[in-house]
Design a binder for this molecule. Structure first.
Ligand SMILES: Nc1ncnc2c1ncn2[C@@H]1O[C@H](COP(=O)(O)OP(=O)(O)O)[C@@H](O)[C@H]1O
Ligand SMILES: [Mg+2]
Length: 467
């Protein structure tokens, strides 16, 4: 964080100082919530969680060098005490961001936020110092913590914003007001909680409503619900997508034999060829979104294309490809799943597996509400249509719907099977995988299917090439 004294922080968050001998002492390190991340100069934020109370670590973190604790009660060591730690953290982030010289870029959407945020960061950082959300820390805690990690040198601050309901994005955008706001897509993630696609669009669109007149709304021209958000903003609108009306477009999109997308990138200032290192056609849309942001920040088509072609996967378990020494390819996409990303991943599997035997090891897509049965059935059917050799549906009721969809679409015999848990899937795969097979592993986070992918590459570590 930029250096601030405890007195200034207390005033910004409206807190009382306790056990602080000298309030002119500055916080010079990071603001952290995990006691293991404390370093000399840190400010430790004490949250009361379900299992752990951060206040219990107060003495330890101060011994480890933390200057003070942001707390909801006195803790016997230097503390700034507030009624609501979360609101105080947000107020501090808002204050600090206003003092930074950085341009803020925020993005939201149903699928691909983290992948796109990582692409934007990898493009922008070729130009100037860039701070961005680590992993998927996109909520009311992760967002201010990320913003607070910026320094005077930071030129670009790229923030992923997540939402599980109306008002969430507005809250986040108010803490860290973006100059550029990007909406990727409106899918079905968390549809059960939202109540429907229109509500999701309503919630995600809050991002562009918060933009200033001299800001830019970067919108997906290929997604009607996102395209329609143009009417909800005062900011200039920049469209990306494969559609002709997009300002930043891809032409001649194809997948290489490895399943890596390749296309001609057109921006208002030029055209350049991109071949990505990431897997799956869904990354074309993510790359165009990143290109639109980078164009808006003054980068040329060539600069953007070079950075996009070099960008790797920064966050784990997203189409993470491991080649085993025996020639089996394991694609770990077990980070999360929704109907759109399931389809994209299956198409990537089909492209990667041309001429090889392909396995789709799939589990539940969570939070689909009333659409759960139809969506699982559709994914099972798509696996058959794409000619995936073997579908292994893992888990309970939803997995049985996946398998039934495949069965009804015409898979026969052993082509689709349903197993009850991850271990059974591992046992089945261990006994049946042959050199040359390609295995995709994917389900919602809560299913924990990364265990299957990890078991399949276990023991081969050190010898494998992780691309
Ligand atoms: N543009 C996209 N459309 C559909 N699915 C996508 C897209 N981008 C990524 N995905 C898939 O969605 C899942 C989550 O990706 P991630 O980038 O972590 O998104 P989010 O942060 O929105 O949850 C991954 O399995 C990934 O393969
Ligand atoms: Mg994410």
């Amino acid at each position: 964080m930029i250096a601030l004294s405890l007195a200034e922080i207390a005033s910004v968050v409206g807190g009382q100082t306790h056990d602080i001998p000298d309030a002119s002492v500055q916080v010079t390190g990071q603001v952290v919530r995990d006691s293991r991340e404390v370093e000399p100069g840190s400010l430790f934020v004490a949250f009361v969680g379900e299992r752990v109370d951060g206040h219990d670590f107060a003495a330890d973190v101060v011994a480890a060098g933390a200057v003070a604790v942001l707390a909801s009660r006195p803790v016997g060591v230097p503390a700034i005490v507030v009624d609501d730690v979360l609101l105080a953290l947000g107020a501090l982030a808002r204050h600090v961001v206003a003092r930074l010289g950085a341009t803020l870029v925020a993005l939201t959407g149903s699928a691909g936020k983290t992948s796109t945020k990582d692409l934007i960061a990898q493009v922008l950082r070729t130009k100037a110092p860039t701070v961005f959300t680590p992993g998927s820390l996109n909520n009311e805690i992760g967002l201010p913590l990320t913003a607070l990690s910026a320094t005077e040198e930071t030129r670009f601050l790229v923030l992923e914003m997540g939402a599980r309901g109306i008002g969430h994005i507005r809250y986040l955008a108010d803490l860290t007001p973006p100059k550029i706001g990007l909406v990727l897509n409106v899918g079905t993630a968390h549809i059960g909680e939202f109540g429907g696609r229109e509500q999701i669009a309503q919630a995600k669109g809050e991002l562009v409503e918060c933009l200033p007149e001299d800001g830019t709304a970067v919108l997906n021209a290929d997604d009607p619900l996102v395209r329609a958000m143009a009417s909800r903003t005062k900011a200039r609108v920049l469209l990306f997508g494969e559609s002709d009306e997009a300002d930043v477009r891809a032409e001649n999109v194809r997948l290489t034999g490895n399943g890596q997308p390749s296309f001609s990138l057109h921006t208002p200032t030029g055209c350049s060829e991109v071949t990505m290192r990431l897997y799956g056609e869904h990354h074309v849309s993510n790359a165009l979104a990143a290109a639109a942001v980078a164009h808006e920040l003054g980068m040329s088509a060539d600069e953007i294309a070079t950075a996009l072609s070099e960008a790797g996967s920064l966050s784990r378990w997203r189409m993470e490809v491991t080649e085993r020494p025996d020639g089996v390819t394991v694609v770990n996409d077990a980070y999360n799943a929704n109907p759109e990303s399931m389809r994209a991943a299956l198409r990537a599997l089909a492209a990667m597996g041309k001429g090889r035997r392909t396995w789709a090891v799939l589990g539940q897509m969570a939070e689909l509400g009333d659409e759960a049965l139809a969506e699982h059935d559709a994914v099972g059917r798509l696996a058959v249509r794409l000619n995936v050799s073997k579908l292994v549906a893992v888990g309970g009721r939803e997995a049985s719907w996946l398998q039934l969809g495949a069965y009804n679409e015409g898979s026969w015999g052993e082509e689709s099977v349903h197993v009850s848990d991850a271990q059974s899937a591992v046992d089945l795969l261990r006994s049946q995988l042959r050199p040359g097979d390609v295995v995709l592993v994917k389900a919602s986070r809560s299913v924990g299917l990364e265990r299957v992918a990890q078991a399949l590459v276990e023991g081969t570590e050190g010898e494998v090439a992780v691309r």
